[in-house]
Design a protein around this ligand. Structure first.
Ligand SMILES: *Cc1c(COP(=O)(O)O)cnc(C)c1O
Length: 427
């Protein structure tokens, strides 16, 4: 599949049925797999042979879909996880242990911010947050001897900042550390971070990849490019024998292309067990089959809504990298030449009460704590996710009380704009 374009990989990647086999990927709804001899099974446990023995570790349905994701992102190996949260946790925890340190962009998803700054901190892993707009010198200054990973989001949720992937990758590599990029919002249809130097890519497949609000899931894709053995002192987990797995040295046995995902599967998935169910992998694959058709429509609707809002007198500010006035327009043109995603955020004049009034007036756009769905949805952080905060606290956190995040779905853009216009009239 590697010679085909992304559009073709979305439809046919990962699974090529042989003569007489099912055209659609089979859902292998089985926790376990049968063997004739203990010897056969022993080889699997020793990672001497490839095959299936227990779905917590591997399942054929998941593997078809993971293979498609590896092809889409241009990686060498991939795995599915039960959520985007577990994907980011596994990607980072596969690199770090107690006593280590991460450099992360401060402009990231709230759940990931919490994961790194609170939960991983309790595990003894420290973090330095850097501005996504930091200079090369400022980024370099954040690194320590024990830094094991750098992290950022291609388009951050919800701030909609665009990551300078080349710059972050250059800095990470200068310190002998891989760059992990959460590529949830653009998806590989609009950006492939590995082509810009990222080493590991993560996804909340719950968003555009599934795209229909049907299944929570996540994924990790390895570029196969990071040379673990060249930095063996930093990555003992990959470069020295794993006593919990028959003394295997992942980087030796599976090379640059396979070590990262094999370790994350054999060790982290074995011990932490956040596997995606085969049924969810099937739903995810249905979403992927039309991802390349849906993403341009999400972008078209996002762009049209952003342009409409920008001209409206009741709107103070619009954030969308497809707008020339946006701070991230230039980076967007570089990394997202076909557009980024359908999520637009804007601040209403009139603060919290205007936002409340506006959202009450919407007929098509539903109020949800979700984004990247076929159906348009929106959220006012001040009256929902951040409702415990005062207006002063909100503005300190960079979330004005009148801020609305709107995830433009696949409806007709004129209908969406008309709906927004009549709701704005009600303020
Ligand atoms: C939603 C989201 C996550 C978390 O994913 P879940 O599937 O909800 O666990 C992580 N990163 C980004 C950018 C997200 O938008």
């Amino acid at each position: 599949m590697s010679n085909y374009k992304v559009n073709t990989k979305c439809v046919q990647g990962g699974y090529t049925p042989k003569n007489g086999e099912p055209r659609q990927i089979p859902i292998v709804q089985s926790t376990t797999f049968k063997y004739d001899t203990s010897e056969d099974m022993g080889k699997l446990f020793d990672l001497e042979a490839t095959g299936y023995f227990y779905t917590r570790l591997q399942n054929p349905t998941n593997d078809y879909v993971a293979a498609k994701l590896a092809e889409l992102e241009g990686g060498t190996a991939a795995m599915l996880t039960s959520s985007g949260q577990s994907a980011n946790f596994f990607a980072l925890f596969n690199l770090c242990e107690c006593g280590d340190h991460i450099v992360a962009s401060s402009s990231i998803y709230g759940g990931t911010f919490n994961l790194i700054s609170v939960t991983m901190k309790k595990m003894g892993i420290d973090v330095t947050f850097v501005s996504p707009d930091a200079t090369e010198e400022e980024l370099n200054a954040a690194f320590k001897d024990n830094t094991k990973a750098m992290f950022g989001e291609t388009i951050a949720n919800p701030a909609l900042t665009v990551l300078d992937i080349e710059l972050f990758a250059r800095v990470a590599h200068a310190h002998g550390v891989p760059l992990v990029v959460d590529n949830t919002f653009p998806t590989p249809v609009n950006c492939r971070p590995i082509e810009w130097g990222a080493d590991i890519v993560t996804h909340s497949t719950t968003k555009y990849m599934d795209g229909h609000g049907a299944a929570v899931g996540g994924a990790i894709i390895d570029s196969g490019k990071f040379d673990w053995m060249a930095h063996a002192d930093k990555y003992p987990g990959l470069c020295t024998p794993d006593e919990s797995y028959h003394g295997i040295t992942y980087a030796e046995k599976f090379g640059k292309e396979g070590a990262f995902i094999t370790k994350a599967t054999a060790q982290l998935m074995r011990d932490l067990g956040s596997i995606q169910s085969p049924q969810h992998a099937f739903y995810l694959n249905l979403g992927l089959e039309s991802l390349h058709v849906r993403m341009p429509r999400h972008v078209e609707n996002g762009q049209a809504v952003a342009e409409f809002l920008e001209k409206h007198p009741k709107v103070k500010k619009v954030t969308y990298s497809g707008l020339k006035s946006d701070k991230y327009y230039e980076l967007g043109q570089k990394y997202l030449p076909n557009g980024g995603c359908g999520v637009v955020s804007f601040e209403l004049n009139g603060g919290r009460s205007a936002a409340e009034r506006f959202m009450k007036g919407l007929k098509l756009a539903a109020i949800e704590t979700h984004v990247a769905d076929a159906r348009t949805c929106c959220l006012n952080p001040a009256t929902s996710t951040h409702r415990q905060m005062t207006d002063e606290q909100l503005s300190e956190a960079g979330i004005p009380a009148g801020l609305v995040r709107m995830s433009c779905g696949l409806e007709d853009k004129e209908d969406l704009i008309n709906d927004i216009a009549q709701a704005l009239d009600q303020i």
